[in-house]
Design a protein around this ligand. Structure first.
Ligand code: XIL
Length: 311
């Protein structure tokens, strides 16, 4: 069968996967990902705790290793993520507002500057909204107020003018209060000339629960004049997996891929790792898992075949 990266490319899209250094060191995983994925999203190594553990001390070792692996496999790289409330060192949380703003600008300049021309897209700001559509009351929001998101995007554009700049979030895949809030953010950015190029829909989904409005939602963002992408797809189930659950999961994967294919400005689809061996789900959602297209022994699941059919 043809690799997903080739099937997607024939439709003008990409198929991608997240990758971490430990996943890269797993030879079977590295080879599978090289075969199937045309795009790599850096899973953890470009987050603030990895890149600037203490103020002004930048380390790009992990990110550079992932990028080197991607170059070797002929893959493009998505940067993830510059401004987030999670996986950010305590020293950032503890700064007073004026210093926090400067630290954010310095961080973006250094990290996006290091990868200038080397990543094709950045998740500039991640997960800034609550489920009800209000701003998440993170330390960013509490100290800097509403304007920090626009400031982050302007700083990212200055640091890497060629990169596509994304806002990325979860539970925004279908229509609803949270996606309405992101929609309004993008609409206002476009109106005010704040540089934004795309919206990432994480799509960390529950079994049998692909939002029926996914395609409609992707399309309304595209109609604002931005690209859209499925950025962190997985479909988790209560363990153990069985053939009925795997069949439902295959339907879910197919539905997500078909929605992206149906929207011209949906540029691609990324899963959050490829194999259940490396999924983040079991550690964060106890009793849940089996969320990815390959099982823990790197064998393709029905979800893989559904992706291949849809792409
Ligand atoms: C996850 C990683 O996969 C884990 O290894 C880490 O412990 C926690 O973060 N939304 C995101 C990703 O934007 O960065 C998260 O990645 C999963 C949820």
């Amino acid at each position: 069968a043809r690799p997903l990266r080739d099937l997607a490319a024939a439709k003008g899209k990409y198929f991608g996967s997240a990758m971490t250094v430990s996943e890269l060191e797993d030879t079977q995983n590295r080879e599978l990902t090289a075969r199937e994925a045309g795009v790599i999203t850096v899973g953890n190594e470009l987050k603030w705790d990895a890149t600037e553990p203490s103020r002004g001390q930048f380390t790009f070792t992990g990110g550079d290793r992932i990028r080197a692996g991607a170059v070797a496999a002929g893959q493009r790289v998505r940067g993830h993520t510059l401004v987030w409330h999670s996986q950010t060192p305590q020293w950032v949380h503890d700064l007073p507002a004026d210093q926090l703003r400067q630290a954010m600008l310095d961080h973006i300049a250094a990290v996006a500057g290091h990868y200038r021309g080397k990543v094709f897209a950045w998740d500039v700001v991640n997960e800034a909204f609550e489920e009800n559509g209000s701003r998440r009351q993170s330390f960013w929001q509490q100290k800097l107020g509403d304007g920090y998101i626009a400031e982050a995007f302007r700083a990212a554009r200055a640091a890497d003018p060629g990169a596509k700049l994304y806002y990325n979030d979860y539970n925004t895949d279908g229509l609803g209060a949270k996606s309405d809030a992101v929609y309004e953010l993008v609409r206002s950015f476009k109106q005010q000339g704040v540089p934004i190029d795309g919206v990432g829909f994480q799509a960390h989904l529950l079994l049998g629960a692909v939002p029926s409005t996914l395609q409609q939602n992707l399309q309304r963002f595209a109609d604002l004049g931005v690209d859209v992408a499925i950025t962190e797809l997985d479909v988790r189930m209560t363990l153990p997996a069985d053939s009925a659950k795997l069949a439902t999961q295959a339907n879910d994967y197919g539905a997500v891929a078909r929605a992206c294919v149906a929207v011209t400005r949906c540029v691609g689809l990324t899963t959050w790792s490829l194999s259940d061996k490396h999924s983040w789900i079991p550690s964060v959602f106890p009793g849940q898992g089996a969320a990815l297209p390959f099982d823990a022994a790197f064998q393709p699941k029905p979800a893989y075949r559904a992706l291949a059919t849809a792409l």
